[in-house]
Design a protein around this ligand. Structure first.
Ligand SMILES: Cc1cc2nc3c(=O)[nH]c(=O)nc-3n(C[C@H](O)[C@H](O)[C@H](O)COP(=O)(O)OP(=O)(O)OC[C@H]3O[C@@H](n4cnc5c(N)ncnc54)[C@H](O)[C@@H]3O)c2cc1C
Length: 399
């Protein structure tokens, strides 16, 4: 058992790792370094309640000061890690500190991807941090016309919240329908119809090239076909990039995330967790990186167990939820573009249903549309696929 653990990244996954260690009775020294200044907070409300103004910023805090204190961990906040010596398990920070531990956990999440052609334009935002959300809300309340670039889950949520605030909003993205990759074509069509009915202007099949400006501020975005979508506020929601730049010289395998084995181990005594971790899923027999809130907690529990020597493989049924325009969508598993959809419960016309995605008669995913309890019960049909006989680990996945 290690005498000390160092966690880099003080958000959902990093904090959950610390909590899991303590819950399991670990009494060694724990240090948590985080780049952001304030107490750890939750990100899902940033595009929903905080942007809508129904929650103040404080309410996003993951734990109270007292609960954090009771963890008996050293929190070093507002300090960026700049390098890792993997063999020595030491981390250097921007202020020149050197912190070492017997086990190091990498929980640095994602940075918002930016479109180079929009860089530095006044009135163009991203949404990843609490500060981003507060700043975006301020502008959203006064904007005449907002364009959200990116038709994935984040872009769809931002457009939905903007409409709930009564703002004029256009959602532009390359897919044929909103969130088609995550939901498959049929449900994506349904979601697109919901957005259209509620007044979101959809621009599917649209690639954005750059911005037009007027008096130093964005006045529109250029589409690849040569048109311009007028906007005095633009939000780029074009995905995230794993925050691994600081690990460039670590010798770890970096490939769209920190590459780990099925025990979430990137090297001897070094683990990765949450959005940044690309782990080998033993049920699926391939590597996977999950960007969702539940994974941050569940994977942290596995990492904590493995730090303490339990030797547990991580084989989750992937899960995410999204709230848009009065609809709660939950997705268990990974919908495939070719899956056949079966309505397992409820009624599509009534706007409450559970759909099962099947490939050659085998369930691969379950979706709930305003039917949370029933969707959760259907999850059991996915267990054979995700927890099937372990596939062997590919050679070279870890050092
Ligand atoms: C706006 C928004 C809405 C979302 N909504 C949903 C939702 O509805 N449902 C859902 O399932 N998921 C949702 N998610 C995804 C979910 O929030 C993430 O999966 C989760 O936050 C991942 O946690 P994490 O700790 O791995 O990474 P992050 O939350 O990204 O945290 C990483 C932390 O590491 C810090 N860090 C980075 N680099 C360094 C460094 N070099 N040194 C020190 N610290 C560093 C960062 O500052 C950050 O605080 C949403 C995400 C966003 C941004």
């Amino acid at each position: 058992m290690p005498d000390s653990v160092l966690v880099v990244g003080a958000s959902a996954a990093g904090l959950a790792t610390v909590e899991s260690l303590r819950r399991k009775g670990y009494q060694g020294q724990i240090t948590l370094i985080g780049e952001e200044e304030g107490a750890p907070y939750d990100r899902p409300p940033l595009s929903k309640q905080v942007l809508a103004g129904t929650w103040d910023a404080e309410r996003t805090h993951l734990r109270t000061r007292e609960v954090l204190d009771a963890l008996n961990a050293a929190f070093i906040l507002g300090e960026r890690a700049v390098s890792l010596d993997t063999a020595a398990r030491t981390v250097r920070t921007v202020s020149g500190r050197e912190l070492g531990a017997d086990a190091v956990v990498l929980a640095t999440g994602l940075c918002a991807r930016r479109l180079p052609d929009l860089a530095g334009t006044e009135g163009v935002h991203v949404l990843r941090t609490l500060e981003d959300s507060v700043r975006l809300r301020d502008e959203l309340l006064h904007a005449e016309q907002t364009v959200v670039i990116g038709d994935g889950v984040l872009g769809a949520e931002i457009a939905a919240t903007a409409r709930q605030l009564g703002r004029e909003v256009t959602l532009a993205g390359p897919q044929a329908a909103v969130m088609q990759t995550q939901l498959g074509p049929d449900i994506a069509e349904r979601l697109a119809a919901l957005h259209t009915d509620q007044g979101v202007r959809l621009r599917p099949d649209t690639l954005v090239g750059g911005a037009t400006t007027s008096r130093g501020r964005v006045s529109g975005v250029r589409t690849a076909e040569g048109g311009v979508l007028p906007a005095d506020l633009v939000v780029e929601a074009v995905g995230g990039i794993p925050a691994t730049d600081w690990l460039a010289d670590s010798g770890l395998v970096l490939d769209d995330g920190v590459v780990c084995d099925s025990h979430c181990r990137a090297a001897e005594g070094v683990y990765a967790v949450g959005d940044v971790a690309r782990f080998h899923h033993p049920g699926l027999g391939r590597s996977l990186r999950l960007e969702n809130r539940t994974n941050a907690t569940e994977q942290a529990q596995t990492v904590a167990a493995n730090i303490l020597g339990e030797g547990r493989a991580y084989a989750p049924v992937p899960y995410f939820w999204t709230d848009q325009l009065g609809v709660k969508i939950q997705v268990y598993g990974l919908p495939t573009p070719t899956a056949t959809l079966h309505i397992a419960e409820g009624d599509v016309q009534e706007g409450r249903f559970v759909a099962r995605y099947e490939e050659r008669g085998r369930p691969v995913a379950v979706l709930g549309w305003n039917m949370p309890k029933q969707a959760r019960l259907q999850r059991q049909h996915l267990l054979p696929l995700y927890t099937a006989a372990p596939h062997p680990q590919p050679a070279g996945a870890t050092r």
